[in-house]
Design a protein around this ligand. Structure first.
Ligand SMILES: C[S@@+](CC[C@H](N)C(=O)[O-])C[C@H]1O[C@@H](n2cnc3c(N)ncnc32)[C@H](O)[C@@H]1O
Length: 233
């Protein structure tokens, strides 16, 4: 009997925003895998640290936030091989994922490599796209509004096209694309309707009008923007 691969959504950062199911499966796991920076604190591990036990094997997948796609693929291919060994030995493996595992989650890199050969269970998590509107007290959509999720890493013309088709948007993966996004939203006349949210639900949380943000954005930040603000009047 092989072990089971669990993809556990552990929420946006607040340790209380993890589901009871993810917590139960995390406690039962023999091996715990999580994304980690090259050095320093590990957000995913820190979120669930109170529930880890010393007899669980931990596999951090260490990557620079700025790693290119090839480097990411190599790191996750190597992690998948270690996970495969554990599963073959009959051990259950929990892969922690910030927010929800299937929403731009790094768990997908493991899933595509192992899902064909092993039992898999994915536990959805509270995603940053619902956490950020909650902490900003900014409901993104109502009635028949269209809500769009855009990665800020897209080229400007693709971002512009996406924003023009939406009533409301969450712009993820902001980081070093803050200036590009601010300029685009200004050009589209939407900057005054854009809210910046950083580290939602954590002690480092920051919520501000986009126009007041001038420093660099960290990795865990996004913009919420109403693209058809007249509908809210
Ligand atoms: C690779 S995506 C992963 C999304 C995650 N799986 C989810 O469901 O929220 C990472 C991006 O999510 C956003 N993000 C995740 N957690 C966040 C938080 N606590 N506050 C603000 N943005 C967050 C940021 O835009 C970040 O660059």
């Amino acid at each position: 009997m092989t072990g089971t691969l669990f993809g556990l959504g552990i929420g946006p950062g607040d340790p209380e925003l993890i589901t009871l199911k993810a917590l139960r499966l995390l406690r039962q796991a023999d091996v715990v895998v999580y994304p980690a920076p090259l050095e320093g604190a590990t957000r995913a591990r820190d979120t669930v640290a109170a529930h880890l036990t010393t007899d669980q094997e931990e596999i951090p997948v260490r990557l620079s936030m700025r790693a290119d796609e090839a480097t990411k693929q190599r790191a996750y291919a190597a992690a998948a091989e270690r996970i495969r060994d554990a599963l073959d030995a009959g051990r259950d493996v929990a892969v922690l994922c910030e927010g929800d595992p299937f929403l731009y989650g790094s768990f997908t890199y493991i899933f595509i490599r192992l899902a064909d050969g092993y039992p898999v269970e994915v536990v959805p998590g509270i995603s940053s796209i619902t956490a950020a509107p909650a902490v900003a007290l900014a409901p993104p959509v109502t009635r028949e509004d269209v809500f769009t999720v855009l990665p800020a890493t897209l080229p400007v013309d693709a971002l512009e096209a996406g924003l023009k088709q939406a009533d409301s948007a969450a712009i993820l993966k902001l980081g070093r694309h803050l200036t590009k996004m601010t300029k685009l939203l200004e050009r589209l006349g939407l900057a005054d309707h854009a809210i910046y949210v950083e580290n939602a639900t954590t002690p480092a949380q920051k919520v501000a009008q986009l126009s007041s943000v001038d420093e660099a954005a960290p990795y865990f930040s996004m913009i919420l923007v109403r693209c058809t603000p007249e509908r809210w009047r």
